[in-house]
Design a protein around this ligand. Sequence first.
Ligand code: 2PG
Ligand code: MG
Length: 402
Amino acid sequence: MRIREILATDSHKTIEIEIDTSKGTVRSSVPIGTSKGKYEVKYLPTQDAIFKFNQLKRHFTNDDFENQEDVDSLIRIIDKSEDLHELGGNLAIGISSAFLKAFAQEAGMEVYEYLLAKQKIKPVIPRPICNIIGGGKHAGRIDIQEFHFIPVHQRTFAESVMKIANAYRTEGKKLKKDDPTFTFAKNVEAAWTSNLTFEEILNLMAKVANENLLKMGLDFAASSLWDGNRYYVYRYANDMLNTHDQLDMIKELMRNYPVIYVEDPFHEDDFESFSVLSHEVTGRLICGDDLYTTNIKRLDVGKSYASTNAAIVKPNQVGTITDTIKFVEAAKHSKMITVMSHRSSDTEDTLISHLAVGLGCDYIKLGISGDRTAKINEMIRIEEKILSSSRLNLNSEIRIRR
Ligand code: 2PG
Ligand code: MG
């Protein structure tokens, strides 16, 4: 077992862990968030994580672990803090996910197959939610962090992403026409960056969505807009909205645009406003990301308020695979839609593609271009394998709970 410092897709340093198994070597690298939720596990600087790893390595190499829970309970014994600040959330998820890959390799299976067998669930291919235009903390001069395209009816994942990729390229050409400053520049998630206004972008996106039979999603990442007191500050639009105005604005854009998915429309402590929105709109997905941070306790609070009908799943927000699995199970148990997601600063690691299928998530959120194609292409390969073994249960209807 070894660790090394490598580069993440936005050139930040990150770590990867390698484990030798009786059948070969597995490798797992750790993504990093830019607009992180305050309830995520805490990362250590990479050199500190490497130092910690070398100190503790013997616990992970001496032990004969039977399963993932053994590994993850050792992580939680070594660091009893909820936010894993002693071991480092990055080191924790690096070790935990490397072991998942090692168990799968020892069993002679791909990671998604191993998880499906463990979970005793049938394969369902998730639908993509792809980031097309980006702003907020991810760059650009738009306050909203992500503008997505989402397929409504999915025959195959491959067909959906080809359609979205086409729409993404069309969107680029339209931006070139409408925004004289546009240079086909991309942000950290390889989404287009633009100097058009929020409304201009919504109009452009809606047109392309309608032409391509796609729907739209938005990630407000509203904790990044919140002033910590009363207002959502829209810096580029030169506007400030209180919670009530924020709610009205979101409801209005849902009336005017084909937006079926809204992520983090309010800041991460406002379970109540999420709930008001969820009750006032029908047939849309209201999703919690920073709200939950893949933390089952926060999910329970969300459930008690009926805050959302969807939840983002990011293993590195919670630090272990076992906790990630528990979160997905709990969300599904409450009939919530689950959305496995990349991070803005990611790596070539394709683990989330395997987790999305292996844990039976409804959607997978990722970019459609640049380095993001590693995960998309892995999904295409997984789907092909599943289709050829003809055990596919096509996820053809949007499942929305009211
Ligand atoms: C998000 C993510 C991924 P980050 O907010 O959903 O798109 O961004 O990794 O910066 O938290
Ligand atoms: Mg988000």
